[in-house]
Design a protein around this ligand. Structure first.
Ligand code: AHR
Length: 513
């Protein structure tokens, strides 16, 4: 009997201990480093239903729109303060000829979107429409120019059309098309994935081409370009090394990096967006956390050639890439978005915030109806995904001062495998409020945190949480609000320390004032 009691007591204790992961965090005061708002950028390609159906509706559509741009989508994106929007691709950018997308719509030539489903692109959404969208969103445009199949002249003329405020052949056409003044576009991509769909180039060849294209993409009065070189795929460190060496820090504002989280790690069978077990969840998060290593290693190479960190590392494509939803066009990359995706977004944005000395811009792929979308649409209906809610929670970090954090994460273990369960970032805004974003990846264990804030003085704490009963929970057109933000009351003040009970599988953002 006594033996039995001891056994059940010890089982109970081990259960309690397993339930109570603990750690101590230390947050230091701000220095000079800022978390650029452009880390919270988005990406919209002519791919599947992103532009057409996502942003852009038919001429006689009953869906509320202004000049064919959907107003529900615009309002939702304004709420998360989208700072910049990348367009027209992706792979599409290197087959896009901008002059096909200006002038009277009924006279615009059509083309085949060879990258994405072989569908006919009618070019009804072009330069003017994109820049009108950016104006409605109050965000900066980020245009990717065509290096793969376009000429230097074509790119040079596009920049003249967009940015020159004087008399010239291109500005005459712009004015004829209804735009008197230049838009003054600043973020300028010189190609996309030039190692792959953008021309299958070597880094040596691309570096030379970059120098040539970038030379004739001119700075016009009041409109200096931030030229962005097409960077590496995932852990292709040789690409970064070669670009840094051959292009040189003085010739580019930024160098890109693309890294996608694949649940299985296998491009042929990536895994479902909605049906996965814990094993697959664990592997997905492990793949997501690789972003930390990848960004660290690319940054270290950049440091060698650019110790003053003038060139930004721009992660202008990131997110989870799963198999498409059953029954949808495989070329359209339409996938649902679960609580798992929200944890990926929270984790990745924490990584970027913590590397904001070098990562000064990033773009989630993609805004509407494609890959890790923040918005899904179906005719007149619109759903905000769990990922959308993370961007809503994290917008407090935009342009705030970075706060360094140290801690040792508890482990999330599955069988004999383990990954860190906790990731965090913190910033202080211009009013002095401190924001801490915490992600607990462990689906079974909460984490008890004791946070030392040293010189950072504060009086009150409030918070918001995103979680749900199941990792596979999604927001659908029949249940649009299943995964949503609620008030978080698991944080309290103890002296100048902050104590937090962080629930399993959750994203929490705290505000200390
Ligand atoms: O985001 C989808 C595609 O992924 C982009 O077009 C391309 O750049 C990348 O391979």
């Amino acid at each position: 009997m006594i033996k039995k009691l001891v056994l059940s007591l010890s089982l109970l204790c081990s259960g309690l201990l397993a339930d109570a992961q603990t750690t101590v965090l230390n947050i230091k005061p701000a220095g000079e480093q800022t978390v650029s708002k452009h880390i919270y950028g988005h990406f919209s390609e002519h791919l599947g239903r992103c532009i057409y159906d996502g942003f852009w509706v038919d001429e006689n559509s009953a869906i509320p729109n202004k000049g064919r741009i959907r107003l529900d989508v615009v309002e939702a994106l304004k709420k998360i303060k989208v700072p910049n929007l990348r367009w027209p691709g992706g792979c599409f950018a290197d087959e896009y000829h901008w002059r096909d997308g200006i002038g009277p719509r009924n006279q615009r030539p059509k083309m085949i979107n060879t990258n994405w489903g072989g569908v006919t692109e009618d070019n009804s959404f072009g330069t003017h429409e994109f820049l009108e969208l950016c104006q409605m969103l109050n965000c900066e445009p980020y245009i990717a120019g065509n290096v793969g199949s376009g000429t230097v002249e074509e790119m040079a003329k596009w920049v003249e059309y967009l940015n020159f405020d004087g008399t010239s052949p291109m500005t005459a056409i712009r004015k004829q098309n209804g735009m008197e003044k230049p838009w003054k576009v600043s973020f300028w991509g010189v190609g996309n994935e030039s190692w792959g769909c953008g021309g299958n180039m070597t880094p040596e060849y691309y570096s030379d081409l970059y120098r040539r294209y970038a030379t004739y993409a001119r700075d016009y009065a009041g409109a200096p370009l931030k030229r962005i070189a097409s960077g590496a795929n995932a852990d292709d460190y040789r690409w970064t090394e070669t670009c840094m060496k051959n292009i040189g820090a003085g010739r580019m504002w930024g160098l890109t990096l693309h890294y996608y989280t694949l649940p299985t790690g296998n491009w042929k069978s990536k895994g479902s967006a909605t049906q996965f077990d814990e094993e697959q969840y664990f592997n997905t998060m492990k793949n997501c956390l690789r972003m930390e290593e990848i960004v660290t290693k690319h940054s270290a190479i950049m440091d060698k050639y650019d110790p003053k960190k003038k060139v930004a590392l721009i992660v202008d494509e990131w997110g989870i890439w799963t198999d498409v939803e059953p029954g949808t066009n495989p070329g359209f990359l339409y996938q649902q978005n679960s609580l798992r995706d929200a944890l990926i977004a929270g984790t990745t944005l924490n990584i970027f915030n913590n590397h904001s000395d070098r990562v000064r811009m990033a773009n989630l792929a993609q805004t509407v109806n494609v890959l890790q979308a923040v918005i899904l649409t179906e005719k007149d209906k619109m759903v905000l995904t769990p990922t959308y809610h993370v961007f809503d929670l994290y917008k407090v970090h935009m342009d705030a001062k970075y706060l360094p954090i140290s801690f040792s994460s508890p482990d999330y273990t599955l069988g004999d495998k383990k990954i860190p369960s906790l990731n965090v970032s913190a910033s202080q805004d211009s009013t002095g409020a401190v924001h801490i974003s915490l992600v607990n990846l462990d689906p079974k264990h909460k984490i008890s945190l004791d946070t030392e804030l040293g010189e950072l003085k504060w009086k009150t704490v409030s918070g918001q949480i995103l979680t749900s009963a199941k990792l596979t929970d999604v927001n659908s057109f029949t249940e649009a609000n299943k995964v949503h933000i609620t008030k978080f009351s698991g944080a309290k003040k103890s002296g100048n320390n902050l104590k937090v009970e962080l629930p399993a599988q959750s994203v929490v953002v705290l505000e200390l004032k």
